[in-house]
Write a protein that binds this ligand. Structure first.
Ligand code: ZN
Length: 203
C-alpha cells in the first residue's frame, strides 16, 4: 500500500506557513513504514528539533483505479479516519530553501499515525465534517471539510491521472491552520466530530 498526502489544502494553513494558495493539488508520499497504528507512542526522532503535528482526515481507497473522473471518484473511497502528518519543519525548511524534495521531513518512521476508520455512510455530508486535535487537553486545531480547497473527488481524480490507486491506499487530505511543535511527553488526542479517534503520547 502507499500513502499519498496533499499539502496546502486549507487556505488558512497555506497562509500561516507563508505559502501561496495552490491552483492544483500539491502532493507528496509517505512509505508504509511511516504508519503508526493502535495509538502506539510516537518516538521523537533525533534528527529534528522541530517536529510539527498536522491533523488530517484520511481517505481509505476501496478499489483500484486510474484516470478516475471526478464524477465517479466518490466510489473509490468507503472509509475515513484521522491521521497526523508529522513533519520535521526544520528539515523541510532547509529543503524548501534549496528547492529539494521533502521526503526526509515527511516520510520518516512513525510520521503517519492513523486511527481506525469509520464508514462513509456514517456521515450525512462529506463536506461538513468537523475534526480536531488537542494536545495535553488543549485544542490546537479544528477543521471542517467545507474549507477544503480541493475536494476529495478532485484529489482522487487528480492523483489517479499520474498514480494508479489501489485498494487499501490512504490519502491524507491536508491540515487546517494551527499547526505547531510537539515535545516529548505530549498527549495527543484527535477527534472526528465527537468520536475520539487518536489518543497517544510522544516519547
Ligand atoms: Zn500535511
Amino acid at each position: 500500500m502507499k500513502i499519498i498526502a496533499i499539502g496546502r489544502n486549507y487556505a488558512e494553513h497555506a497562509k500561516e506557513l507563508n505559502n501561496p494558495i495552490p491552483t492544483t493539488p500539491v502532493i507528496f508520499m509517505k512509505p508504509d513504514t511511516a504508519l503508526l497504528k493502535e495509538n502506539k507512542p510516537f518516538y521523537y526522532p533525533e534528527f529534528s528539533t522541530d517536529v510539527h503535528y498536522e491533523a488530517e482526515l484520511v481517505l481509505k481507497i476501496c478499489k483500484e483505479g486510474k484516470h478516475i473522473s471526478e464524477k465517479f471518484a466518490a466510489n473509490y473511497y468507503d472509509e475515513i479516519g484521522l491521521g497526523i502528518d508529522f513533519t520535521a519543519r526544520d528539515i523541510q525548511a532547509r529543503h524548501k530553501e534549496k528547492g529539494l524534495p521533502w521526503e526526509l521531513a515527511k516520510s520518516f518512521d512513525g510520521s503517519a499515525p492513523i486511527s481506525n476508520f469509520l464508514p462513509r455512510s456514517q456521515f450525512a455530508d462529506m463536506y461538513n465534517i468537523n475534526f480536531s486535535l488537542s494536545i495535553n487537553g488543549e485544542k490546537r486545531q479544528a477543521g471542517n471539510t467545507k474549507d477544503l480547497l480541493f475536494s476529495f473527488e478532485r484529489i482522487i481524480a487528480f492523483v489517479s491521472q499520474y498514480i494508479t490507486l489501489k485498494k487499501g491506499d490512504l490519502i491524507f487530505t491536508g491540515t487546517p491552520e494551527g499547526v505547531g511543535p510537539i515535545a516529548i511527553g505530549d498527549h495527543l488526542e484527535g477527534f472526528i466530530e465527537s468520536d475520539k479517534m487518536l489518543d497517544f503520547y510522544v516519547k
